[in-house]
Design a protein around this ligand. Structure first.
Ligand SMILES: [Zn+2]
Length: 551
């Protein structure tokens, strides 16, 4: 009995200790980045594997827009998280370029020429600009060139090539054998059921290349007979030798999951809806192809803010990665996506918020390098986001930071001349750092000239241009300011110069804000501008005096 009691006490003590330990562990465990959470989930669901296959893909039937990019970068972030856990990963990106050309997009040149290619595979549709081998290839090339800039380098799979080489013959035959089962699965989510004579595939007529065909017979094995409604071509094809047969999307997707052994693939809201193509693909892959659907998540839409009526010349109304890279450095593009959970909608800003995004990124960088301290929890979170935002690896040393707002002012003072701006800052950077800073300056200039609000834009008045009209009181104020600048500008910092400007206003009998307006009129021909003291220090003694001396 005594023994028993002792054991009881001991075991309850042990339990208490254990719960304490677990509790401390939970409390100390930093909040995990969502990409790391999904990497762990993939391993949990798929088991330990030699290699994990992560997939993404799109139909290149138009410009690949920034919403499509969300899928690619979501996969890239999870791929990096898997690699961080020591796993080997294959990242495949499918160009679904054997899809049919259904509609001529609104922004295409020569739309009438393109119309004759409707119902043919997009891989056969010519590039309206005659630069690339096809319309599909044109959209592919743009993306394939841009992705390495943001540190993404998947293995591309061209579905037109795969189908045309008959690589999916077995998968197509399996779909034919299970035709009724597939139809039943799809019918569960349809208000109008698929007809009895439904087939899970389409045939591009060998003669006219259109998918305007009807299946007449299947031999239960590899031979299919079809008739074309457009050109009346009648033919029997063999699945192992024909380029003409393509599975419908809802069957094509699960067939390829099994073919490539895909372990992870996210999808947009449209595919992840109840009864959407992910739902049906999950069942088809299990029941027809004997493979478990990949781990997945749903990613949300991307909004665009502050582009106003500015329409991209290359892509019409659509905002592409290229458009975003014109105003955001690659790291910051990654940062926006790495810093937001994939299931929350967010907007990419082209308005004043651009400055805030750059400032947030710079703070994240300072936290990573320990030059700004925050709570341990916040720091762990920001450090991981920073790592995932880098195109390659974080730099060994703390990078030089050029605050975006300041850079915008400097560029406007120097008329967009980046070299002069860097000289004025006495910048000693070289190599990758110089490249990054140059990229930031180019983005800043693109933003100022393309998107910054009018209030934010200015250019210094030409030296020797006609003076603005001023009253006697104003002239006195300008004279006092000139004397201050000529004699003591080098002794001032922004605060002391601001104080001096207020004193000048008082001495000359002007309201401070009247004085600000006056100086802006004299310097930049506007009534508003950047904070005056900092601005005067930035443009420097010579430049300020040259514009003040005519008064
Ligand atoms: Zn035909």
């Amino acid at each position: 009995m005594k023994m028993f009691l002792e054991q009881l006490i001991f075991s309850s003590l042990l339990n208490n200790c254990l719960s304490m330990l677990i509790l401390t562990h939970i409390m100390k465990k930093p909040v995990q980045h969502w990409a790391d959470t999904y990497a762990e989930k993939i391993i949990r669901e798929k088991g330990e594997k030699e290699i994990f296959t992560c997939a993404s893909g799109v139909t290149p039937s138009g410009t690949v827009h920034i919403g499509n990019f969300r899928e690619i970068i979501s996969v890239d972030l999870v791929v990096r998280a898997l690699k961080a856990l020591g796993k080997k990963v294959r990242f495949i990106y499918s160009w679904d370029d054997y899809d049919v050309f259904r509609k001529v997009p609104a922004n295409m040149p020569n739309p009438h020429e393109l119309e004759q290619y409707l119902r043919k595979p997009i891989t056969f549709t010519p590039d309206p600009l005659r630069k690339e081998a096809s319309y599909a290839r044109r959209n592919e090339v743009e993306m394939e060139k841009l992705l390495p800039l943001v540190g993404i380098d998947p293995e591309y799979i061209y579905q037109a090539e795969q189908y045309r080489k008959s690589l999916y013959a077995e998968g197509i035959r399996t779909a034919l054998i299970n035709r009724e089962l597939i139809r039943d699965i799809l019918n569960e989510h349809r208000s109008a059921p698929l007809p009895e004579e439904w087939w899970p595939l389409s045939v591009f007529c060998d003669n006219c290349k259109r998918d305007t065909t009807r299946i007449l017979a299947w031999d239960g094995d590899y031979s299919l007979t079809y008739n074309c409604d457009s050109c009346d071509n009648n033919e029997t094809v063999h699945l192992r030798h024909t380029p003409a047969v393509k599975l419908f999307w809802r069957v094509d997707w699960p067939m390829r999951w099994a073919y490539e052994s895909v372990d992870f693939e996210p999808a947009g809201k449209d595919h992840h809806s109840e009864g959407g193509s992910f739902d049906t693909a999950r069942r088809i892959v299990r029941e027809v192809y004997d493979y478990a659907a990949p781990t997945t998540f749903q990613y949300d839409f991307i909004g665009i803010k502050g582009r106003g009526g500015k329409i991209s010349s290359s892509t019409g109304e659509v905002v592409s990665l290229k458009d975003v890279l014109e105003i955001y450095q690659p790291e910051i593009v990654r940062y926006m996506f790495a810093g937001t959970r994939p299931n929350s909608e967010f907007s990419i800003s082209f308005d004043l918020d651009v400055i805030k995004i750059y400032e947030d990124y710079d703070r994240c960088e300072r936290i990573y390098y320990g030059t700004e301290t925050v709570s341990e929890k916040r720091s762990a979170k920001e450090r991981r986001i920073y790592e995932l935002s880098q195109v390659t690896e974080p730099a060994g040393e703390t990078p030089v930071q050029l605050p975006f707002r300041h850079l915008c002012n400097l560029l406007q003072i120097k008329g967009g001349n980046i070299e002069q701006v860097f000289q004025s800052l006495n910048l000693k950077s070289s190599g990758d750092e110089l490249k990054r800073l140059t990229c930031r300056a180019e983005c800043a200039w693109n933003w100022i000239t393309g998107f910054a609000p009018d209030d934010f834009r200015f250019s210094l008045k030409e030296e020797g241009s006609a003076p603005v009209e001023v009253s006697a009181v104003e002239r006195k104020a300008l004279l006092l300011l000139r004397t201050e600048i000529a004699g003591r500008l080098q002794d001032h910092d922004e605060n002391s110069l601001a104080e001096a400007i207020y004193t000048i206003a008082e001495e000359s009998g002007l309201e401070a804000r009247e004085l600000f307006k006056l100086v802006y009129r004299v310097l930049i021909d506007k009534e508003k501008g950047p904070r005056l003291a900092g601005f005067l220090l930035t443009i420097g003694r010579e430049s300020a005096l040259k514009r003040l001396e005519t008064y």
